[in-house]
Design a protein around this ligand. Structure first.
Ligand code: HEC
Length: 120
């Protein structure tokens, strides 16, 4: 009985290609779960590193707020946000002002968010 089930599952694997298809769909599921959205990833990075100056009423000379989805998207599109966070720590115009530079992982996340058309 055990042998039969084993042979059947091997046969179905070869016939329907079920073993490989299954593992590919598993991989795709994992990637979808990891999609970078404003709510799941970007907001926390900005809140922790930028909002002490770019508050809803900006302080310390910051020219705009970064407290909403629209604010952050607009700053990426019109105020070179990605360029500013990508500059070397301590170089002119680098954000967050006065450092420390964001982790490369967080910079990459914001970049990917922009490149995937700003999912909410
Ligand atoms: C200590 C205060 C402070 C912090 C923290 C800070 N900023 Fe700024 N930011 C400023 C000031 C002041 C300016 C205006 C001077 C300039 O353009 O360099 C500015 C300018 C900018 C600009 C350019 C705006 C324009 O109109 O050209 C962007 C984009 C920006 N900040 C993004 C960020 C991001 C993203 C973070 C967090 C990763 C951050 N900032 C953290 C103070 C800060």
């Amino acid at each position: 009985m055990k042998n039969r089930i084993y042979i059947l599952s091997i046969l179905s694997c070869i016939t329907f290609n079920s073993c490989t298809t299954d593992s590919v769909s598993d991989l795709e599921d994992t990637q979808n779960e990891g999609a970078i959205t404003y709510t799941t990833r970007v907001k926390a990075i900005i809140d922790n590193n930028c909002v002490r100056c770019h508050a809803s009423v900006p302080v310390n000379g910051a020219p705009m707020s970064l407290t909403t989805y629209e604010n952050v998207k607009d700053a990426v599109l019109n105020r070179n946000l990605i360029d500013r966070i990508s500059r070397a720590e301590g170089s002119s115009g680098a954000m967050p002002l006065g450092g420390p530079r964001l982790t490369q992982n967080n910079i990459d996340a914001i970049n990917e968010w922009a490149n995937t058309n700003f999912p909410r």
